[in-house]
Design a protein around this ligand. Structure first.
Ligand code: PLP
Length: 355
């Protein structure tokens, strides 16, 4: 296991008012960093004051995008205890992404240790209040000074922290989503299942197009037939069809979300039938017209559950549950956030206490 050298900041910042946190623009006092070289492996683990870092302009990640990242949150319970939510899953997923991008794996215990150590040092930054948390962003990138296309020989792994408010300014209010028929997010055989920056860069144009049409995100369809539902924006997607929770099966082009997996496990325990399968957009449209789709929502760490109020498909609008959050969506939101904050019993072993 790594040992971490700690160099504390001598000038601590002022903690911002929890009401104006927004998402991902404020950073804490410290950051974690660790290097990889072929002969030493992962080494030089340290926590240092947060700040800019200097690199060679030819640094490989800037040119060829060899990078992966994760996203999770730390929560403070009522009695002051600090929790993470299923961090070993994030560690496993980071390594699955790393394998796909030819990046050396990081032992899961070191991944968790890096996060625990940093969160403990900056624990005064964990906001208290509904919908707030300390967002944790681990990331790995190729640092070779080289324009040659090859898997790099050197890497940096870093962790930064950002106190966040509710992800969507609209809160739990349902949003309007555009079904995207031209651009695609990912294809089978590509990197859609990996958390890598390129997936996000490739998605921006469709997002802009949706925003121009008054929609807050896009519903992605598969790359081959432009017909099967994949994800909503940067979240996994669920529909409630005649009382059954349906979500696209993990096909290789879909990111295996931890919120997605948690929602499925919780729903099953509640006795709600769950189907992971291919979902044809025509099935959703026809079922909407027949009044069989009662709820739709996205899932992800940032927003937890984000209800979809309206789908826009080929210029026509399809509204779910009179544009209000549905009963099942609300229940799943309450249960997931209740477990995350330590307010309800964790029947699943999801909560990870930082001691
Ligand atoms: C991170 C991510 C998700 C959600 O994953 P969580 O583990 O639930 O946060 C869904 N889709 C994409 C494309 C993502 O990058």
């Amino acid at each position: 296991m790594i040992s971490i050298e700690i160099n504390k900041s001598s000038q601590l910042k002022e903690i911002p008012n929890p009401e104006n946190l927004g998402f991902g623009t404020i950073f804490t006092d410290h950051m974690f960093m660790m290097d990889y070289t072929q002969d030493q492996g992962w080494h030089n683990a340290k926590i240092v004051p947060y700040g800019p870092i200097e690199f060679d302009p030819s640094m490989m990640v800037l040119h060829y995008g060899q990078e992966t990242f994760e996203g999770l949150k730390a929560y403070k319970g009522n009695d002051g205890e600090i929790f993470l939510f299923r961090p070993e899953y994030n560690g496993q997923r980071l390594n699955d992404s790393n394998k796909r991008l030819c990046i050396p794996e990081i032992p899961i215990e070191d991944f968790i240790k890096s996060i625990e150590a940093l969160v403990k040092i900056d624990r005064r930054w964990i906001p208290e209040g509904i919908g707030t948390a300390l967002y944790i962003r681990p990331f790995v990138f190729a640092t070779d000074a080289s324009l040659k296309v090859h898997p790099a020989k050197t890497y940096k792994y870093m962790v930064i922290l950002s106190p966040v408010g509710a992800y969507y300014t609209e809160g739990l209010n349902p949003v309007k989503i555009q079904v995207e028929e031209e651009y695609v997010r990912a294809s089978v055989g590509g990197v859609g299942f990996a958390k890598t920056g390129g997936n996000y860069g490739a998605g921006l144009l469709a997002q802009e197009k949706a925003a121009q049409n008054g929609c807050s995100q896009v519903l992605w369809l598969d790359s081959k037939e432009h017909r099967y539902v994949e994800e909503v924006g940067t979240m996994n997607v669920f529909f409630v069809k005649e009382g059954t929770l349906i979500t696209p099966a993990l096909s290789g082009s879909i990111l295996p979300g931890i919120t997605r997996d948690s929602v499925i496990k919780i729903a099953e325990k509640l006795g709600i039938p769950v189907e992971e399968r291919k979902i044809d957009i025509h099935e959703i449209i026809e079922a909407s017209e027949a009044g069989q789709i009662t709820e739709a929502f996205g899932t992800g760490t940032a927003a937890v559950i984000s209800p979809v109020g309206t789908l826009v498909y080929q210029g026509k609008e399809y509204c779910f549950n009179h544009h209000r959050i549905g009963e099942i969506s609300q229940k799943l939101y309450d249960l997931v956030t209740g477990i995350q904050l330590g307010e309800i019993e964790d029947l699943y072993g999801f909560r990870h206490i930082i001691r």
